[in-house]
Ligand binder design. Structure first.
Ligand code: ADP
Ligand code: MG
Length: 290
């Protein structure tokens, strides 16, 4: 009997740290001895860059455009520690559906049974989650991924995108869609940022998987074209990513989240605005910043 491949999708708003986090998870899992494929599903097509010395790889869409008989193996590239890297790609900006690359790429891989053939332990999809429509919903909708995680900071737009994703997950949950594993809280350096995210997951009946601080070690690694796991394996930040990867590896039970309505989300945000203002007043009296 073939082993079960764990398929995970990581969503989040643009620029929130999906690719950085995903690549560090992939790198960490590979150092733990797992066979991993990272599948970039962002039209930016830079998901796997820090696994390959900062270099871009040809995307599935571009390669298929040049040669309709492309084999899945032609669009798989080896990265750090043997990680298989794929970029679905997208149309030129402003032309066509940005999510089409995902549909096309996933079809190609499924038809050719690539995940099984490579004997993978993990396939991690790195998906742009500002809009959970059409192609971007494919990993959730079609039972491709089993568990979804979202990267969010405590910024309102990031939380807003996470809440939209929860709506998408809930919608497809009755028809075999992927369920939510939890939130990866990124760039959490201040106590209030942790409180905001903690409150959001409580309201939406989910959980924080790991708190990842904003760190200059990540910047230094990225500038070297590497993940933190590769560039600074003994750093505190690498330990955080390793912990996160272990939690994802042992994660079993995903759930249907309870997204907030737009009105409830607005009210929730204003409550926090008042709270932060009060905190700021208190801190300016005591002389320390929040
Ligand atoms: P996304 O894939 O969501 O668009 P990226 O992973 O490309 O976002 O991250 C955007 C930028 O933020 C990158 O320059 C990355 O190095 C930086 N970044 C992400 N997470 C952290 C962190 N925890 N500490 C420092 N910089 C970070
Ligand atoms: Mg990215």
């Amino acid at each position: 009997m073939s082993k079960k491949i764990k398929q995970i999708a990581i969503y989040g708003k643009g620029g929130i740290g999906k690719s950085t986090t995903t690549s560090n998870i992939s790198a960490a899992l590979s150092t733990l001895g797992y066979k991993v494929m990272q599948f970039g599903c962002d039209p930016k097509s830079d998901s796997t860059n820090t696994l390959r010395e900062g270099k871009y790889i040809p995307t599935v869409l571009d390669t298929l455009r040049d040669n309709p008989h492309t084999k899945a193996h032609d669009v798989i590239f080896k990265g750090f520690n043997g990680i298989f890297c794929v970029e679905a790609g997208g149309p030129a900006p402003g032309v066509g559906c940005a999510g089409r690359g995902i549909t096309t790429a996933v079809q190609l891989f499924k038809q050719q049974n690539v995940f099984e053939e490579l004997d993978l332990d993990y396939v991690i999809f790195d998906v742009l989650g500002d809009v959970v429509c059409g192609g971007f919903a494919v990993p959730i909708r079609e039972g491709i991924a089993e568990h979804v995680f979202t990267v969010s900071s405590s910024d309102f737009m990031a939380v807003y995108a996470a809440n939209n994703l929860f709506n998408g997950i809930k919608k497809y949950s009755n028809s075999g869609g992927a369920l939510l594993g939890g939130v990866i809280a990124n760039s959490i350096n201040k106590p209030y940022a942790k409180e905001i995210i903690d409150d959001f997951v409580k309201q939406t009946r989910t959980q924080v998987v790991e708190y990842v601080p904003r760190s200059v070690t990540v910047t230094q690694s990225e500038l070297q074209g590497k993940t933190t796991i590769e560039a600074f394996p003994n750093s505190e930040q690498a330990k955080v990513y390793l912990n996160l990867a272990k939690k994802i590896a042992s994660h079993q039970e995903s759930k249907v989240p309870e997204p907030l309505t737009v009105t409830a989300l607005r009210e929730w945000a204003s409550k926090w605005a008042d709270h932060l203002l009060a905190l700021e007043r208190m801190e300016s009296v005591s002389g320390s910043g929040i």
